[in-house]
Design a binder for this molecule. Structure first.
Ligand code: BDR
Ligand code: CA
Length: 300
């Protein structure tokens, strides 16, 4: 079992990642942490609480950072105004649990410090919380087994022609994480943009008569009309079922400079020639298996 914390900015595909997490056989979820990203921190945090209630997930929940380390917040329109395609009202309930922490960086630190096992972090939003954790509590690094990230790309971007959303939003945070020396897995756009549900799979999802599946169908239907890639579950599946991916050791750098390359991830070939690698980058995905696994998680 892999002990893990999920840091996310729900977000429709973040919600899909939580469905996969809930049904994972090899992952032991210890906590949830929200971050500003697809929508404001107030919205991502409320979505986290409502999703945890919907999925019966009873782990500590912490509210994360309200803005990137240096830059102004930047939101994504593909997820609708509330971040879950306008469907939060469908899962609001008086049973939604209160937050356990108003500062998820401190919450993660406490969990990492007190755990006898090494902890894996799955981060599928901007890397603000994770970078702060590493800066505020550098002693935690040796207790972090690895970080599985959805972000970046080794081909094209979705914010600029070169930059992916999560790294574009907080490039400085991404740089800190990629320079941390911690083992990283990167599920970048080069594979996640292809990861989606077929029309047949969407129809099957629509036929399932329970609240979770109805909610999942509605939010994904809205979302895929804006962005066909259901990105975030890839970072969860990279740990749960790594056999559906091919990964390559690379040295990934993050650009924090100009407009077009803001947050761009790129291979540093010189460092690779010197035998330096900081990341396992997913280069191939079995799309059939991805779809099957996602559909299975959404319909349970
Ligand atoms: C990433 O950006 C967000 O909109 C998604 O939730 C995903 O984490 C894809 O670029
Ligand atoms: Ca996300």
């Amino acid at each position: 079992m892999i002990d893990c914390i999920l840091d996310f900015d729900p977000g429709v595909d973040d919600a899909a990642a939580l469905f996969v997490m809930k049904n994972a056989k090899n992952l032991n979820l210890l906590a949830l942490s929200s971050v500003s990203g697809n929508v404001s921190i107030e919205n991502t945090t409320r979505n986290m609480q409502c999703l945890a209630n919907l999925l019966d997930i009873d782990v500590p929940m912490g509210k994360g950072q309200p803005r990137p380390l240096i830059r102004q917040p930047y939101f994504a329109s593909a997820h609708g105004d509330d971040g879950i395609a306008g469907f939060r009202k469908m899962i609001e309930s008086e049973n939604v649990r209160d937050l356990d922490s108003e500062n998820s960086v401190e919450m993660m630190h406490e969990i990492i410090k007190n755990s006898s096992n090494k902890i894996t972090i799955i981060a599928v939003g901007p890397l603000t919380n994770i970078a702060l954790l590493l800066r505020a509590f550098p002693q935690d690094k040796e207790k972090i087994e690895q970080i599985s990230i959805m972000g970046g790309s080794i081909t094209y971007g979705n914010m600029t022609s070169l930059s992916e959303f999560n790294f574009f939003v907080d490039p400085e945070a991404a740089k800190i994480v990629f320079e941390s020396g911690i083992k990283l897995i990167m599920a970048g756009l080069n594979v996640t943009q292809l990861a989606t549900l077929t029309e047949t799979q969407m129809n099957s999802l629509n036929e399932v008569d329970n609240k979770k599946a109805k909610f999942a169908y509605n939010i994904i239907k809205y979302y895929v009309s804006n962005d066909t890639g259901i990105h975030d579950p890839c970072a969860v599946m990279a740990l749960e079922c790594p056999e559906i991916f091919e990964m390559e050791d690379m040295y990934i750098d993050i650009d924090t400079q100009s407009q077009e390359t803001r947050g761009m991830s790129y291979r540093n070939i010189r460092r690779e020639k010197d035998g330096e690698f900081n990341c396992k980058v997913i280069t191939k995905i079995d799309l059939d298996k991805f779809g099957e696994k996602l559909l299975d998680s959404l319909t349970k």
